[in-house]
Design a protein around this ligand. Structure first.
Ligand code: AMP
Length: 206
């Protein structure tokens, strides 16, 4: 199965993409994660991407497409995949059309103020644990410290409020047209609720 998931930043795309991909036994491809990997490893691509990501802008299509094409050619994608954060522009969607035929597109819907609340509170740990200091049941027990391994929590550089607001503008302007582009295979999912509730809604839609 070839799927893609869209939604404003903070809607839970990454979490849902990971869960659904695992359930269906398909590869999970997150262009945001690929960029963050390059940034962490200080590659030339990472240095370039960071200049856009830190402002909440999109990385140019050509750069994104080159990176994406390398990833989608890997063997784990042969059985299908869940695209998370790609495509984000019409030219990216056009390029994808030449590579693969998407079966279904999921659009997670969430209001802007909920996005800002979620993202300004988002914290992660190197060990993979995630928290939210604005949501009571997701807070760490000790300030800024991972409950599981005791390491200091990390806030993404692009999770500052000013950057988040720009990411929302960019989402509406550049990714918004894709809702129409994929209208024949697209279904909306309400992003409010627990991870499990949203997963259930997606599985029903599939
Ligand atoms: P994400 O983790 O999906 O929220 O992506 C984080 C950031 O990476 C975005 O705000 C963009 O700057 C960049 N990015 C991720 N995917 C793409 C894409 N398909 N096209 C352009 N930029 C992207």
């Amino acid at each position: 199965m070839k799927l893609l998931i869209m939604g404003p930043p903070g809607a839970g795309k990454g979490t849902q993409a990971q869960v659904i991909a695992k359930k269906l036994g398909i590869a999970h491809i997150s262009t945001g994660e690929l960029f963050r990997g390059h940034i962490k490893n200080q590659t030339e691509l990472g240095k370039l991407a960071k200049t856009f990501i830190d402002k909440g802008e999109l990385v140019p299509d050509e750069v994104t497409l080159n990176m994406f094409k390398v990833r989608i050619a890997e063997s784990d994608c042969a059985n299908g995949f869940m695209l998370d954060g790609f495509p984000r522009t019409v030219p990216q969607a056009d390029a994808l059309k030449d590579i693969a035929e998407i079966d279904k597109a999921i659009s997670i819907v969430l209001e802007d103020e909920e996005v800002v609340k979620r993202l300004t509170g988002r914290r992660t740990c190197e060990c993979g644990a995630f928290y939210n200091v604005n949501i009571s049941f997701l807070m760490p027990q000790v300030d800024n410290t991972c409950d599981k391994c005791g390491k200091t929590l990390i806030q993404r550089d692009d999770d500052q409020e000013i950057t988040i607001r720009n990411r929302l503008v960019v989402y509406r302007r550049q990714t918004g047209p894709l809702l129409d582009y994929y209208k024949d295979i697209l279904f909306d999912v309400n992003g409010v609720g627990s991870v499990e509730e949203v997963t259930e809604r997606i599985m029903e839609g599939l």
